[in-house]
Write a protein that binds this ligand. Structure first.
Ligand code: FAD
Length: 437
């Protein structure tokens, strides 16, 4: 068997790659995955998107990706249910408020109103800032009254990643892309050129190969004798029901921007302090606890994420998620942000816990471009932004493969950037601007 190009991995990365390649007219594209499409990481995300990133490179990459999502939403009658509710960052710290006040475009705008629940069109692109306590709490009455400032970037929201991915895959298949279920176990080279891949024990000859293996990026790179500068972290999220509708169904994604000290009784605190493995629970917990409603107006689900505890780790096919402590801690934190959630503290069914891996580079930028073997390419290390950045990532990969015009951010995402002395000089500053939630 022979094919023009083989893409390994039908997660968001591989699917957007074949979507854009087929859109550019490339024929004879084979997409291979050992699992059903989108089922390892890409259906585990919290499906949110934002153009609010600390570095210009990431912000322009995301803005472009959102442009492409907007076009697709128009063309598909928003089949992937994208909204534009914005992200609302909250703080109680004066120095944060002062920083937001300096940089925000619209400060205490008299016309400030939360974004509409549905739709994405005709929404402002600006970032709103409020430090007027009564207006903040009139707009978001369910929040703890200690919130003194909010920053509301508007070009943000969420969508259905499953619908988006399946829509793109469907379009790609209609243009002739073939999807087969199978594991790629070898990638053969001849004279430093891609020559063939082995799928389910069978050899398929090909001149081009795309590594879109998500958290398995390095396992697949090793088949080509390469090692990529990526690592994996396991990230967890919870979902629980809010039958009392304490968090309004039209709420935006809300992020606590400050570190948090969990509220324990004196007795609990003493007990935790006396146990060296649990003492950290009485110490300051990192910023970034966030939540949002999931589903329609009539649904009850709330998602909660708090990335307080991640480390580099080996990928396993079925990762284990902490079903006890993690949901308890996230709920405890959420009760401090939204005090009425206390109503559920003792009578809540156990939240549903799941998650997946963030495959990352050290500076949290993706790897998209050519590998040092003729005909080999990579699209991955999409960390916690592969749904929002997928459209622009696939487009960029397709431009590398077909020799198209590359955008300004291309060199900052290319795998060979670490060989560039100027990039390496900037690297510490880029790492400091990681921007991941
Ligand atoms: C808890 C959590 C929350 C997140 N929230 C967000 C969010 O709000 N917004 C956002 O934009 N992103 C979010 N993300 C990140 C996003 O989900 C990922 O960046 C994205 O899904 C990565 O897609 P991928 O295609 O690179 O990897 P994957 O979806 O993992 O796909 C890789 C595929 O490659 C296949 N594969 C690997 N090796 C082989 C082989 N040898 N042969 C055949 N097939 C192979 C695997 O089976 C898999 O299907 C979140 C992630 C997590 C875990």
């Amino acid at each position: 068997m022979r094919t023009e190009i083989v893409v390994c991995g039908a997660g968001m990365a591989g699917i957007t790659a074949v979507y854009h390649l087929s859109k550019l007219g490339l024929k004879d594209i084979l997409l291979v995955d050992s699992r059903p499409p989108l089922t390892f990481t890409s259906d585990k995300s919290s499906e949110s998107y934002r153009n609010h990133w600390p570095s210009q490179t990431m912000a322009s990459f995301m803005d472009h990706s959102i442009d492409l999502l907007d076009e697709l939403a128009i063309e598909s009658d928003n089949i992937f249910q994208m909204n534009r509710r914005g992200y609302v960052y909250m703080t109680a710290q004066e120095e944060i408020i002062a920083g937001w006040r300096r940089t925000a475009a619209r400060k205490n705008d008299p016309a400030y109103a939360p974004s509409p629940a549905d739709g994405w069109q005709n929404q402002p692109n600006a970032i709103d800032f409020l430090d007027d306590h009564s207006r903040i709490h009139a707009a978001y009455p369910f929040l703890n009254k200690t919130v003194n400032g909010i920053l509301h970037p508007r070009r943000c929201g969420w969508l259905s990643a499953q619908q988006l991915g399946m829509h793109l895959l469907d379009k790609a298949k209609r243009r002739g892309v073939r999807l087969i279920e199978g594991e790629i176990t070898a990638v053969a080279r001849q004279n430093n050129r891609i020559h063939a891949v082995t799928v389910n024990g069978k050899t398929i000859k090909t001149r081009r190969f795309v590594n879109a293996a998500g958290p398995f990026l390095n396992n697949v790179a090793q088949m080509m004798g390469l090692s990529l500068p990526v690592y994996n972290e396991l990230h967890t999220k919870i979902s629980f029901n809010d039958p009392l509708r304490i968090i309004p169904r039209n709420a935006p994604l809300m992020i606590w921007n400050d570190p948090l000290l969990l509220d324990w009784t004196d007795e609990e605190r003493e007990e935790l302090r006396s146990d060296s493995s649990l003492r950290w629970l009485t110490e300051e917990m990192p910023a970034g606890l966030h939540f949002r409603p999931e589903g329609s107006e009539n649904a009850q689900t709330i998602l909660g994420i708090w990335t307080y505890h991640v480390k580099k780790q080996e990928v396993v096919a079925q990762p284990h998620f902490d079903q006890e402590l993690y949901p308890d801690i996230v709920l405890r934190g959420l009760c401090q942000l939204v005090p009425e959630l206390e109503a559920y503290r003792d009578r809540l069914k156990r939240p549903f816990v799941d998650g997946g891996y963030y495959c990352k580079t050290t500076e949290n930028r993706p790897l998209i471009g050519r590998l040092p073997i003729e005909g080999a390419f990579v699209i991955g290390a999409l960390s916690g932004y592969g749904i929002m950045g997928g459209m622009a990532a696939g487009e960029l990969l397709a431009a590398h493969i077909t020799g198209g015009t590359l955008p300004a951010y291309a060199t900052d995402f290319a795998p060979n950037r670490y060989e560039n002395a100027e990039y390496m000089r900037r690297l510490p500053a880029i790492i400091a601007q990681d921007g991941q939630l």
